[in-house]
Ligand binder design. Structure first.
Ligand code: KPL
Length: 303
C-alpha cells in the first residue's frame, strides 16, 4: 500500500515514521520547507520513552512529485483542510482512499466537498506527539486509533488499513459508528486543549489542580450535553473518559498548547468553538466553552 500523509507536524510525522518502519512506500508531505529539508537530509528523529530513533523516510513539500497513492491520510490543522484536499487531488486514482485523522468537527464535510464520499474515510487517534525541533518529534501519548466508513459498514479496505496500522505498532480498530468516536475524541480535545494552551501546562498537569479539574469537567459536561441532544452515543461517564486520555497523554503538550508555544493559529473553531455553535443551534447554554473560545481567540490575535 502506497501511503501519503498530508501534514508534517508532530502527528503526521509520527504516523509517517511508524508506517515507514513497518515497510511499504510512505511519503510525508508538508508545506514547512525547513521541516521537510531536515527530514530529507538527516531523517526523522523519533523520541519515545527517552530513546531516540532515526528514521530515514520519504518527505517532500511538492505533492505533485509523489505520483498516485492508495491511501492518503490528512493530519493538517482543521483550518487547512480545504487547501490540503485540493492539493491531494494530484494523488487520486480510481481506488484511492482519503482518510482524515484530524481533531475537531467539520473535516468530513470539507473532505467530501471535493472528493467522492465513497472514497472518504474518518478516524480518530488517541496518540499524542510533540514537535521538539526540526525533524524531531517526541511520542508522548498512547491510545487507540479508530477508523470507519462514513456509512458505518465494515469493509475490506477498513480492515486492510487497520491491519497495516497495527503492523506498524499503531493499535487500530474498525468502528461501526465512527461518528460517535469523532464526538468522543472531540470531548477529550474540548476538555484538554484550550485549558493546556491557556495555562501553559502539559496535559497531565490539568489533574494536579482542583481549579483546572473543575474547568475541564464543566467544559466536557457542556459538550456531552450537546452530543447527547444530537443523538451521539456516549459510552460510560464522559468526564472519566477524558481523565483517562489525560493520564495516557500526561507528558504531552496538547496540539493547541504547542500552537500557543509557537504563537500560531489554533483549532479552537473546530473544537470548543464548534461546541458553542452546535449548542446555539440546539438552544442550550455552553458558557464555559464560549469563554475559553473567546480567550483563545483574543490571545491568538495578539500573536
Ligand atoms: O488530540 C490531542 C491533542 O493534543 O490534540 C490529545 C489526545 C489531547 C493529546 O494531546
Amino acid at each position: 500500500m502506497k501511503t501519503v500523509i498530508i501534514g508534517a507536524g508532530a502527528m503526521g510525522s509520527l504516523f509517517g515514521g511508524l508506517l515507514t518502519l513497518a515497510g511499504g512506500e510512505v511519503w510525508l508531505v508538508g508545506n514547512r520547507k525547513d521541516q521537510i529539508d531536515a527530514i530529507c537530509s538527516a531523517g526523522l528523529t523519533l523520541e519515545e520513552k527517552g530513546e531516540l530513533r532515526i528514521i530515514r523516510m520519504n518527505a517532500t513539500s511538492d505533492v505533485t512529485s509523489v505520483g498516485k497513492a492508495d491511501l492518503v491520510i490528512f493530519f493538517v490543522k482543521t483550518y487547512d483542510i480545504e487547501v490540503a484536499v485540493s492539493d491531494a487531488l494530484a494523488l487520486e486514482k480510481e481506488d484511492t482512499i482519503f482518510l482524515t485523522l484530524q481533531n475537531g468537527l467539520g473535516n468530513e464535510e470539507a473532505l467530501c466537498r471535493k472528493i467522492d464520499r465513497t472514497k472518504a474515510m474518518l478516524g480518530v487517534t488517541g496518540h499524542g506527539a510533540t514537535l521538539v525541533g526540526l525533524g524531531h518529534i517526541r511520542h508522548a501519548g498512547w491510545g487507540k486509533t479508530l477508523i470507519g466508513e462514513l456509512d458505518h459498514r465494515i469493509t475490506d479496505r477498513t480492515s486492510r488499513i487497520a491491519q497495516a496500522f497495527c503492523e506498524a505498532g499503531i493499535e487500530t480498530e474498525v468502528s461501526l459508528n465512527i461518528h460517535d468516536h469523532v464526538w468522543r475524541k472531540l470531548l477529550a480535545n474540548v476538555g484538554i486543549n484550550a485549558l493546556t494552551a491557556l495555562t501553559g501546562f502539559k496535559n497531565g498537569q490539568l489533574l494536579d489542580y482542583p481549579e483546572t479539574v473543575g474547568l475541564m469537567e464543566k467544559l466536557v459536561r457542556e459538550a456531552s450535553e450537546v452530543a447527547r441532544k444530537k443523538g451521539v452515543h456516549l459510552e460510560g461517564d464522559p468526564i472519566e473518559k477524558v481523565r483517562k486520555v489525560i493520564e495516557a497523554t500526561r507528558e504531552n503538550r496538547s496540539s493547541m498548547g504547542q500552537d500557543f508555544d509557537h504563537r500560531q493559529k489554533t483549532e479552537i473553531d473546530a473544537i470548543n468553538g464548534a461546541v458553542v455553535r452546535e449548542a446555539q443551534r440546539l438552544g442550550i447554554p455552553a458558557p464555559f466553552n464560549q469563554a475559553v473560545t473567546e480567550l483563545v481567540k483574543a490571545i491568538e490575535k495578539s500573536f
